[in-house]
Write a protein that binds this ligand. Structure first.
Ligand code: PYC
Length: 314
């Protein structure tokens, strides 16, 4: 384990991001996809050390800052959590730009951030909110029904928003924090059923995010969601990639037109403001706007005789 590992923690409307600012593994100078490949093949213990217990928890999303491939980019980043790697992460990108601003490395205005699934534009505004222009998003299949053992049948859309989502308009119970255990259990069973029945995203991609929707609790908002992330954690924020996937579905069914503001309320009642532009081949270019707050700076220590230096595996 390279020492020391310096991290900056933030939360984006409730959802934490832990950014590794130094001490990360040397992944070489390849493309960001090649560096992700090397990270997962050779340094997966670093991922689990940084985000898993006892230094982190299942809710923490990690972000490894890397030298960008293109000189004009402000940063390159690989997002990860307690069970693996994320293609893109909306709340995490807001956290990255806010942290770079905290470090004095970026000013207000637009910035290009490289991710394994493509470049995103992130704009830091004077009021400290960040708009993320996410990767092109699209609905892949609509009204897919899956039989879920002990939970009944669920129908949803499969969509890409930088990660793969199964989006369900009829949740098993009201989307409240009190119901989180039931929501986690049901969403986990749905995800398992999708995998068992080989229902996937494009090219056989694993659907690892499950998203429930309901009417918003606050009438100023458009909708409320609950998002199960890869693993057993749920997104405390309204989920940037999930909001992108949702807006792509709404566009395809003709209920969201380009430029109209979509206010996505998350499980804590916090909101991402989204909108879309028309893209190519039926895709949309979504943007989401939200705010992050830096919560701490730490030096992670890994003693040679620490049995949990690489994190606890559940
Ligand atoms: O904001 O895109 C997001 C996200 C994905 C997983 C957790 N947050």
């Amino acid at each position: 384990m390279p020492l020391p590992v310096l991290v900056i923690d933030s939360h984006t409307q409730g959802e934490p991001t832990r950014i590794v600012v130094s001490g990360g593994p040397d992944l070489g100078n390849g493309s960001i996809e090649e560096r992700l490949q090397r990270f997962s093949a050779e340094y997966d213990h670093f991922r689990s050390a940084v985000v898993c217990e006892p230094r982190g928890s299942e809710v923490v999303v990690g972000a490894l800052l890397l030298e960008p491939v293109q000189p004009a980019s402000s940063a390159a980043v690989i997002f990860f959590n307690d069970v693996g790697y994320l293609g893109m992460c909306g709340h995490g990108t807001i956290g990255v730009l806010t942290t770079l601003a905290y470090l004095g490395k970026v000013k207000t205005g637009p910035h290009t951030i490289e991710t394994p699934v493509g470049n995103v534009q992130a704009t830091l505004h004077e009021d400290k909110t960040v708009t993320v222009e996410n990767v092109a998003s699209y609905r892949y299949r609509s009204a897919v029904t899956v039989e879920v053992a002990r939970y009944g049948s669920y129908t949803g859309d499969i969509a890409w928003g930088g990660n793969w989502f199964f989006l369900i308009a009829n949740p098993p119970c009201p989307l409240t924090l009190d119901n989180r255990l039931e929501l986690i259990a049901t969403a986990t069973a749905i995800r398992t059923a999708l995998q068992e029945k080989e229902i996937t995203g494009a090219d056989g991609a694993l659907i690892d995010h499950i998203e429930f929707f309901s009417a918003p609790h606050d009438a100023r908002n458009s909708s409320r969601n609950f998002v199960l992330c890869p693993g057993a954690s749920f997104d405390r924020s309204p989920c940037g990639t999930g909001t992108s996937a949702k807006m792509a579905c709404l566009y395809h069914e003709g209920t969201l037109s380009p430029g109209t503001v979509w206010r996505q309320e998350g499980i804590l009642g916090t909101v991402f403001e989204g909108s879309i532009r028309e893209g190519q081949d039926g895709e949309v270019n979504p943007s989401i706007r939200g705010r992050a707050w830096v919560t701490g700076e730490s030096k992670l220590l890994f003693a040679e005789d620490d049995p949990f230096a690489a994190g606890i595996k559940f």
